[in-house]
Design a binder for this molecule. Sequence first.
Ligand SMILES: C[S@@+](CC[C@H](N)C(=O)[O-])C[C@H]1O[C@@H](n2cnc3c(N)ncnc32)[C@H](O)[C@@H]1O
Length: 387
Amino acid sequence: MSGPRRAGRPFYEFFAGGGMARLGLGEGWTCALANEWDAAKAQAYRARFGAAPELRVGDVADLAPADLPGRATLAWASFPCQDLSLAGARRGLAGARSGTFFSFWRLIEGAAVQGRAPAVIALENVVGALTSHDGRDFEALVALLSGQGYRVGALVIDAVRFLPQSRPRLFVIAVRDRGAIEGLTAAAPDPLWTTPALARAEEALPDALRRRWVWWRLPAPPPRNTDLAAILEPDPAVSAWHRPEQTARLIDLMGPASRARLDAMQAAGARRAATLYRRTRPDGHGGKIQRAELRCDGIAGCLRTPAGGSSRQTVVIVEGERVRSRLLTGGEAARLMGVPDDYPIPKSATAAQHLFGDGVAVPVVRWLAQHLLEPLADAAPLPVAAE
Ligand SMILES: C[S@@+](CC[C@H](N)C(=O)[O-])C[C@H]1O[C@@H](n2cnc3c(N)ncnc32)[C@H](O)[C@@H]1O
C-alpha cells in the first residue's frame, strides 16, 4: 500500500518530548524542526538524536512562523492532554495546557499564509478529546483544519495491538486537499479503528464539516507477539522489590474483583506477572477509598506520568502462594512504549516515567507512517502553494 520510501520527507515535531514520534517516523523522514519546553525531555531528545540543532527548547508560544524552516511534508503535534483527559478537570482546549494547541495552530496558519502549509498534519491526544465539552473541542479541531483546506479523518489506535500496554489514543490525520487520496480512504468507518465515541463525534459534526471528513483506510497489524512477561527485567536485575509488608498492604487495598484475580493466579501455581495501579475510587457512601487494581491479562495498564507518587505502575509477580511486588522500571516503561533498545534511558525511574508516560507508542507511529502518512505524503507531494 505504501509507495516507494523516499528518504528525508521533512517534518516538524511539535511537543516533541523524547522524540517518540520521530523514532516511529524513522529513516524516511527528516526532522526540520522539533520543539519542546521541558529541559529534561530536551536532554533525553539530544541524548538520542545528538546535538539536534533542529530542536528548539522553549515555549511553542514563543515560536514564529519564520522559525519553521522550509516547507514540511508533515507537522506532528502530540499536544498536551491534561485538559482533555477523562481523568482531569476537562477544561478542554480552553485549558492552559491543552490550549497550547492554539500556539501550534497559529504557526500552521502563519506558514499557510506564506504558502508553506504542511501537506499532512497529525494530531495525537487522549480519546477524551472526542467528548470534552460535549464534543465541541473536537469539532473546533476539525473546523480549524478544514478551514485551512485540509480533509480530516481520525482513528483510535490502541497501542495494545502492537505492545503489551493498553493505550488507546486519538490520531487526527489531515491532508491538504490536493492529492489523490481516494485509495487511502474507505466508504465507511473501520470498526478496528473507530470506537463508538469516534463514530458519535463524527456524526455530531455539522454537515459542512462532515462533507470534509474522510474515513482513513489502515490495514490491521499482525497479531501482537509479546506480553507483559516478555518486557520485564529478570528478577535479579531489579533491586527495589517491596518489603513483604508493602506487598501485603497492596493486597489489603484490593477490592473483590482484584482479589479474585489474585486468588486465581495463585491457584494456577505457575509464575505469573501482573500489573497494579493504586486509584482513588468512590466508596459507595459518598466518600472515597483507595484501591489497588490488579490487571493480570498479560497487558500493562496505560503508562502515565507520575504525579503525587500514586500513579507509578506496580509489577506483581505471583508464584503460587508467593506474591512479590515492585515499581515498574524505566527500562520496562521504555519497552512498553516500543522504544528501541539503544534509546538512552534516564537513570532515575521517575524521570523515565515522566519521559515515556506521556509519549506516543513508537510502533503505532510506524504503522501509521508506513500505511497512511507516507502514502498520503506521496499522493499529495506538497508543499502546496498558497491558496
Ligand atoms: C503528550 S506529550 C508529547 C510527547 C512526545 N510526543 C513523545 O512521544 O515523547 C506533550 C509534550 O508537550 C510539552 N509541552 C507542553 N507545553 C508546551 C509548550 N507550551 N511548549 C512546548 N512544549 C510543551 C510537554 O513537556 C510534553 O513533553
